[in-house]
Design a protein around this ligand. Structure first.
Ligand code: PLP
Length: 433
């Protein structure tokens, strides 16, 4: 991210491929208002170009080590988004059987899939082994035993890497820190060491990698460096004891700009990290999620009502925490930009709230913007990661449509849900008829 781009965000002019042409907010070469008129609101809109650019930035920065970049698909798992990245050569980082299914449907080669998560079921493990994924990232010794048992039954030798918890505070929101000593993720270094010593006890497994992912939205290189140094010392001691480490999975977690953050760029990150690994022969893996899709998406919505109370101006929207839960869950900041700018209007401070019956149902609070009118459209920026993928049907609200823009074209990549979709699978039992 360049300093120039930061300034443009501050001025509300541009964020990557979302920018104003005259008064109109555009995504690449399409007016957002045109999409809204064709598809309705609320709608998630993604820029194909931004997704590809961000993937390439990371790939370019680490080019000298040729890492496998496995996009962390929980950030945004729409098939078209996955396909975009798979076509660029990305692998995928999955965390469930459902994600494995999506990954396969998106055409991702199994040997580019890595599988993390503390609670993989026997069924999910079996499916992933049968599919022939590259690596399981193991989160506990109990899971290791389970995978060994299933692999043995299937007469397969399965590659696994141990997710270690380096005990590092990434300085991010507590709900997205995953590498602190009290976190549920990974194995502490002593336990991981014991597993390597006992590896002959897992005959169906090849324990050949180390995985570390310390959290999300990390803005500086320092926590990464701290964690990776610890991991390297650990790996070196393992190698001295005769263990062979083939894969080093460095996780995801690269932070992005939501408001006034100044995250390290991919190049800066690479410059700090590369010296640690240049003289080593590991196959490196990265698992970026937010970095690739976060600023590639917006949530566009309409103002239903304006409501003035003695202390607040509320803009009541046709979207809320059911569609974008990050503000409620993590206190996260999303810039609010009008779809149509009017420089003649006065400034006013608003709370942007949804229709859901919860006081936590807000998307932005105390934001100064142009005076608004009911019926007008707004964009919530930086909504490409953990936006739609966390959306729910709470209050029986159909989930929004998703649209992908490429140049001057756009396509609906997920239809808006209908009321019929809401009842799919439900049944009234005979004793109530
Ligand atoms: C969520 C997750 C990621 C991606 O995190 P980002 O902050 O979106 O880059 C990577 N690896 C693992 C194991 C994860 O759980």
């Amino acid at each position: 991210m360049s300093a120039g781009l930061e300034k443009e965000i501050e001025r509300g002019v541009r964020l990557h491929d979302f920018y104003y042409v005259g008064r109109d907010l555009c995504c690449e070469k399409v007016r957002v208002w045109d999409i809204v008129q064709a598809v309705g609101t609320p709608v998630y809109i993604y820029s194909h170009r931004t997704i590809v650019e961000h993937f390439r930035k990371l790939k370019r920065a680490f080019q000298s080590l040729r890492p496998l970049i496995c996009y962390s698909m929980k950030a945004n798992s729409n098939l078209a988004v996955l396909k975009t990245l798979v076509r660029e050569g990305a692998g995928l980082d999955i965390v469930s059987g459902g994600e494995l299914y999506r990954a396969r449907r998106a055409g991702c080669e199994a040997r580019k899939i890595v599988y993390a998560g503390v609670g993989k079921t026997g069924e999910e493990i079996e499916e992933a082994i049968r599919a022939g994924i590259l690596l399981f990232n193991i989160e506990s010794t109990a899971e290791l035993g389970e995978i060994n048992r299933i692999a043995g039954r299937l007469k397969k030798k399965v590659k696994v890497s141990l997710r270690v918890n380096p005990g590092v505070d990434p300085g991010t929101h507590r709900h997205i820190a995953t590498g602190k000593p009290e976190s549920k993720f990974g194995l502490d270094l002593d336990t991981a060491h014991a597993v390597f010593i006992q590896s002959p006890g897992y005959p169906a497994l090849s324990i050949c990698g180390i995985h570390v992912h310390i959290g999300s939205q990390i803005l500086t290189g320092e926590p990464f460096l701290k964690a990776f140094r610890k991991v390297l010392i650990f790996v070196t001691s393992l190698e001295k004891e005769g263990c062979k480490i083939e894969y080093l999975n460095l996780g995801g977690g690269l932070g992005i700009i939501y408001s006034d953050e100044k995250p390290q760029t991919a190049e800066e990150f690479a410059q700090e990290i590369l010296p640690l690994f240049h003289h080593r022969k590991f196959r490196l893996i990265f698992e970026p999620g937010r970095f690739i899709v976060g600023n590639a998406g917006i949530l566009a919505a309409r103002i239903l009502y304006l409501k003035k109370t003695p202390v607040k101006n509320f803009a009541v929207l046709d979207t809320g925490m059911n569609d974008l839960i990050r503000p409620t869950l993590y206190d996260s900041h999303h810039e609010v930009w009008p779809l149509e700018k009017d420089p003649r209007r006065e400034k006013r401070v608003y709370d942007f709230v949804g229709p859901v019956c919860e006081s936590g149902d807000f998307l932005a609070r105390d934001r100064s913007t142009q005076e608004l009118r009911a019926g007008e459209g707004l964009a919530f920026l930086s909504a490409g990661a953990y936006g739609f993928s966390m959306a729910s049907n709470y209050n029986s609200r159909p989930r929004p449509a998703e649209v992908l823009v490429k140049g001057s074209e756009f396509a609906v990549i997920r239809k808006r849900e209908t009321h019929g979709d809401l009842l799919r699978g439900e049944k009234v039992p005979p004793f109530l008829r």
